[in-house]
Design a protein around this ligand. Sequence first.
Ligand code: AP5
Length: 261
Amino acid sequence: MAARAGREVPTLTSDSVTHHSSAPADTTFLPGPVLLLGAPGVGKGTQAQLLMAEFGIPQISTGDILRENIARGTELGKAAKVLMDQGQLVPDQIVNDMVQKRLTGDDVHKGYILDGFPRTLAQATWLDTHLPIFRETPPLVAINIRVDETELLRRITGRRVCPVCKHIYNIYSHPPAKPGICDIDGSLLKHRSDDTEATFTERMKAYDSLTAPVIEHYRSSNRFREVDGEAPVEQVAQSIVAALKELRRHNPDFGLLIPDR
Ligand code: AP5
């Protein structure tokens, strides 16, 4: 996330979050490959944007890739839109192929943030099996963000997104200065078509039955931490960075490519 005119951009430092509008900080800590897990609206995208800005590693969001396909009117996008508007998941094979293609990019060698993937046990197994074949990187670490369901509904229905720079707003907790207009580039903000109360209910059903087991899959490993997502954005970001540092520091296998600050 590059510097933005007209608005202070939150960035992270080792022990605190500061606000400035310069380029990402020069840091020697690299988090490597990171999974951000959690229910719809917990703040995965918001936190991924902050990590991306701080560490210069890309966010890989399967939801964003699917929405780009919808916007371009591809066959994949047309098929996915029907499922997404019903709150259902897109078939595993489709998203696995999307992730595989994205992970061949030149920008992932320092690490990346997977946001919204894996979302089924089949996707998690596929990732665990295939990832070492795609890239030689430190093992994935997983951060689960926890938020109460009533708050999730408020976050989902209040979310507005800039279609150009992708900055995420919320009419309750993080409104733009001018209603409906992006502070950064002046675009008209969008309300996602799946951000209704009815679709949220279906998304939560899919989450409970298909994605919650993925969290248990990673919880039972030594690559997992959980953070409280109900805190303010900057505080959640601090907890995530602290958890990443702890995970990388305490497991010798993780530390090799990740020099401490
Ligand atoms: P996707 O786009 O991945 O949606 P999601 O997982 O439901 O997550 P969201 O994007 O809704 O929320 P978020 O956690 O990123 O929250 P955000 O940061 O925006 O997937 C959409 C659909 O695509 C799926 O339903 C499925 O159909 C399909 N799909 C995608 N991946 C798939 C896969 N792997 N397999 C199969 N199908 C797949 O924050 C939400 C709001 O809260 C914002 O307004 C924000 O400003 C606010 N907020 C954030 N943090 C805070 C805070 N700490 N305090 C107060 N407000 C906050």
